[in-house]
Design a binder for this molecule. Structure first.
Ligand code: AP5
Length: 212
């Protein structure tokens, strides 16, 4: 059976970058609530008695999308996967509780990155509008500015990567998701990895943890 890996970290810690590589290297499914929600930004939530009527409204404000929406996404995705690397979930203690009811984890890996570095990474991130490949204007630039190396598509900035929304996402992270990191740490289940090396260095450390 494939491994069940959870990748935790603040916005911009490199979860997306590293989980794509892990999924390819270890032949795992990449399950990410962020990408799933971006693909369904205009889903109608008006029947749910929630603050906003679409995921887009929550995401553009840097707030969490309601648990009922993301729990369902994760349950469906995990049921379809043999092994997986889960990225972007759980983001609060209720989601962590729900996750423990639907699956068992082999490893919970936390990517540790300082707040200043997070802001630089997120505001400089560019993503391909066609294939989703990830760049950074300074740390991982494409060969030609604004053009995807992989597919020639246009590179755009994510709507929530403006400095103001980034600051709000980090606040929401500290309030809601840091307790989740503490939860796994208190249970002795957390493996901490220095997320500030190069992407290759960080990947080597994570791959060692998964190999064990
Ligand atoms: P989501 O898409 O999950 O965003 P996030 O957690 O904020 O994470 P990011 O994608 O911004 O960062 P990352 O850690 O993947 O970093 P990356 O590898 O790209 O969620 C978005 C929104 O959806 C949320 O705000 C919320 O509204 C909603 N949502 C999602 N899940 C939810 C849930 N469970 N419950 C409720 N709501 C939910 O790297 C960032 C940049 O840094 C890139 O440019 C990259 O090139 C660069 N970089 C990466 N590694 C390095 C390195 N080692 N050195 C230098 N640069 C690097």
């Amino acid at each position: 059976m494939g491994e069940h890996i959870l990748l935790l970290g603040a916005p911009g810690a490199g979860k997306g970058t590293q989980s794509k590589r892990l999924a390819a290297e270890f032949d795992l499914e990449h399950v990410t609530t962020g990408d799933a929600l971006r693909a369904n930004k205009d889903m109608d939530l008006s029947h749910m008695d929630t603050e906003f009527d679409t995921p887009r409204a929550y995401m553009d404000a840097g707030e969490l999308v309601p648990d009922a929406v993301v729990n369902e996404i994760v349950k469906t995705a995990l049921e379809a996967a043999d092994g997986y690397v889960l990225d972007g979930y759980p983001r609060n203690l209720d989601q962590a509780e729900y996750l423990s009811e639907i699956t068992d984890l082999d490893a919970a890996i936390f990517l540790d990155v300082s707040e200043e570095e997070l802001v630089d990474r997120l505001t400089g991130r560019r993503v391909c509008d066609d294939c989703g490949a990830n760049y950074h204007v300074e740390f991982a630039p494409p060969e030609e500015a604004g053009v995807c190396d992989e597919c020639g598509g246009e590179l755009i900035q994510r709507d929530d990567d403006t400095e103001e929304t980034v600051r709000e996402r980090l606040r929401v992270y500290r309030e809601n998701t840091e307790p989740v990191v503490e939860h796994y740490r208190a249970r002795g289940e957390l493996v901490e990895v220095d997320g500030e090396g190069t992407p290759d260095e960080v990947f080597a450390e994570i791959a060692d943890v998964v190999d064990e």
